[in-house]
Design a protein around this ligand. Structure first.
Ligand SMILES: [Zn+2]
Length: 307
């Protein structure tokens, strides 16, 4: 396939000019899907003829006809694909994204429909794990879901604990990642560290005992007095902003869904200086990532909290 024409930028006028019809969207998806060439999903043949539907490709041997959306998160959505593109554009390019309530008003869809589609987008926003944090990394935990701060090790009720790592760079702050954890233990920290932090990194935490055992695998780990957070100003500004955003959009949710919000927040945060390609990257993930089966489990009274 010829080089595809990537949509760049965050300008909604340009977006509307580029994507006017469902066909424009199918064409964009097809270009992503077969950018590396065509291979039949059923038999592996690499020759195709145009399929029956617009932009679909039909295997010249076994005749399997594959639509651009087959196997992507755009498969079998209950609303026009043009709206799906608009939602993906808004969520990736607006500084704070959009709640499912806002989406349902703007696009005249049911809130549940918006919530389910947004959940799929959040899955596409999770880290690729290909670029662990390096250099100087500050790590701390925070509680989500309650007004008052909790002490470590105490009973947590409905509150959830999150561990956060922030990269310091000469210009200020680099990337950040966050993960919901069961407890502030070395075992839980280790899972997070192995996903997001290079073993060569210089890591700074406060003096909490849960970090101590990780010094074996992370020789650059250093524990410092927190001085009520003053030793970790950037980290605490980040936590404040993250909490403010979460307060605005959700009140109480499961571990998985909170992780979805953390993924969404950091997907945008880590590309805040690189917004030109953020929509295209999200689209690529939505087309090429394996779809995740959802067990939504949303009951009526519950939904209003999930915005
Ligand atoms: Zn085939």
């Amino acid at each position: 396939m010829e080089n595809r024409e990537i949509f760049a930028g965050v300008n909604s006028i340009k977006f509307n000019q580029r994507f006017k019809t469902d066909e424009d969207c199918y064409s964009y998806i097809a270009a992503i899907k077969w950018e590396q060439g065509y291979e039949c999903k059923k038999c592996g043949n690499t020759k195709f003829i145009p399929g029956k539907k617009l932009f679909s490709q039909r295997c010249s041997k076994c005749k399997y006809d594959e639509s651009p959306t087959a196997g992507t998160v755009f498969d079998k959505i209950k609303f026009p694909i043009l709206i799906a593109f608009h939602i993906a554009f808004k969520i990736s390019t607006k500084k704070k994204g959009m709640s499912s309530l806002e989406l349902s008003h703007e696009f005249e869809l049911r809130q549940k429909t918006c919530w389910e589609f947004k959940w799929k987008i959040q899955q596409a926003m999770q880290s690729s794990l290909n670029y662990p944090l390096e250099g100087e990394i500050h790590v701390d935990e925070l509680w989500i879901g309650g007004p008052e701060e909790m002490k470590r090790g105490r009973s947590k009720g409905s509150k959830k604990l999150v561990v956060l790592a922030l990269e310091k760079i000469p210009e200020g702050v680099g990337r950040a990642y966050a993960q919901v954890i069961e407890s502030a233990s070395a075992k839980e920290f280790r899972v997070f560290f192995s996903k997001h932090i290079s073993t060569h990194a210089k890591i700074i935490t406060d003096e909490w005992k849960g970090y101590g055992p990780l010094k074996k695998e992370y020789p650059g780990l250093e524990q410092r007095k927190s001085n009520d957070g003053n030793a970790f100003i950037d980290l605490h500004v980040h936590i404040m902003n993250l909490k403010g955003w979460l307060r605005g959009i959700h009140h109480h949710c499961s571990k998985d869904r909170l992780q979805g919000y953390l993924n969404e927040y950091h997907f945008r945060y880590n590309r805040r200086n690189n917004m030109n390609t953020i929509f295209d990257l999200l689209l690529k993930r939505m087309v090429l990532n394996k779809p995740i089966r959802l067990n939504m489990g949303i009951s009526k009274g519950y939904l209003s909290a999930y915005t």
